[in-house]
Design a protein around this ligand. Structure first.
Ligand code: F6R
Ligand code: MG
Ligand code: MG
Length: 364
């Protein structure tokens, strides 16, 4: 059975501040998707949140980039924004950059990760959702999952994974894409993946079968808006088991709270802390950045789950290390590398300050 999974998300209002989401907004989202499912547009759905981002997880048979599905997501965000406005939530409607829907939500503010595949006898999927960070945040974990034998032993000892995976990498500033084969081209590929503010892994494919293994949202909110409106707070869908990495191999990279950009005012580097869904409420200095993992089995397109995969004491140490890193970095205050480098501050308050002081700079 061919099935499409669409994860479309947006920050349409925070409660309190940018720290979390209000239950009434989530409830509105649920009602919208319940009625879309009863009308036959969706096979199944799950509405959840990560921090201040509303996450619409939908399964259907309409394929990727489908106008009806994107319109449903857009209309849901618009109606949820109305609830957010009535409660005077913070930044109500902040990610909806356009007044009207024009066929596809790409480029309109929300983040999108969609994949179509033929459902296997047992189809295990994990949906990662992050808050207070940007779209390149998945580069390091996706590399580890699909190309690093020290993380994924299946690459070495499972014959159906031994030929490796292909990575589709997007240059988010120049709107170009390139495909790398792993393991043959990992040295070339890492030149780009190591610069996640510009290059982001869009998708991963099983090399031998060509089947899609992972897809992420690579939308850059600041590049769409031309100014700072909020961070991308990206999502990523990963297929698991069989010819794809096992659940444990997919979660393993997050035992290391790697440093990502985002956090306070989207202008800082900080550790990505893996947390249970109920803990995705970034408060300390509006962070540190969070990631949650929702695991599902698919049954003819029905979402069986979720299992809250980081709700596990095995990730306590990663959370502890993230807190130590957070303390360490915070002590640097407004200094790099806690604060982002100048080029990355292009879409924050920096240009205003620079404009104001321009005439006071003298030649040396
Ligand atoms: C980061 C984020 C927050 C806000 C900060 C200021 O992505 O959303 O750190 O940037 O709370 O928010 P405003 O400008 O809305 O008062
Ligand atoms: Mg927000
Ligand atoms: Mg957010």
């Amino acid at each position: 059975m061919e099935i499409t999974i669409s994860v479309i998300k947006a920050d349409i209002g925070g409660y309190v501040g940018h720290s979390s989401s209000h239950p009434d907004v989530v409830e509105k989202g649920r009602q919208k998707l319940i009625s879309a499912q009863s009308e036959g547009l969706l096979t199944d759905h799950h509405v959840t949140v990560c921090g201040d981002d509303l996450q619409l997880i939908m399964t259907h048979q309409k394929g990727t980039d489908n106008e009806q599905i994107h319109k449903l997501a857009w209309d849901t965000f618009v109606e949820c924004t109305a609830v957010a406005k009535s409660l005077k939530l913070h930044g109500a409607g902040q990610d909806l950059l356009s007044e009207a829907f024009s066929g596809n939500v790409r480029g309109m503010g929300p983040g999108i990760a969609e994949m179509q595949f033929s459902e296997r006898e047992a189809e295990t999927i994990i949906i990662f959702m992050a808050d207070k960070t940007s779209s390149g945040a998945w580069n390091l974990p996706l590399y580890k999952m699909f190309a690093d034998p020290f993380n994924t032993i299946g690459l070495v000892i499972a014959s159906n994974m031994h030929s490796g995976f292909a990575f589709e990498v997007h240059d988010v500033k120049e709107s170009k894409k390139i495909r790398f084969n792993a393991p043959e081209e990992i040295y070339d590929m890492l030149v780009y993946l190591g610069a996640p503010s510009r290059y982001a892994v869009k998708a991963v494919y099983h090399k031998e079968s060509g089947e899609i293994a992972a897809v992420s949202s690579t939308e850059k909110l600041s590049l769409m808006a031309g100014r700072y409106v909020g961070k991308d707070d990206p999502v990523c869908v990963v297929r698991s088991q069989g010819k794809f990495p096992a659940v444990g191999e997919i979660l393993e990279p997050f035992s290391f709270p790697h440093i990502v950009e985002g956090w306070m005012r989207g202008s800082h580097n900080g550790p990505l802390m893996p947390v249970a869904c109920g803990q995705s409420n970034p408060c300390r200095f509006d962070g540190p950045p969070r990631v949650v993992a929702a695991g599902f089995q698919l049954a003819n397109g029905k979402l069986v789950g979720p299992r809250d995969l980081f709700d596990d004491p095995a990730f306590d140490e990663a959370r502890h290390q993230a807190n130590i890193l957070a303390d360490f970095l915070r002590r640097m205050g407004p200094f790099e590398p806690h604060r982002l480098p100048l080029e990355e501050m292009e879409y924050t308050t920096m240009p205003e300050v620079a404009r104001k002081l321009e005439s006071r700079f003298e030649d040396i």
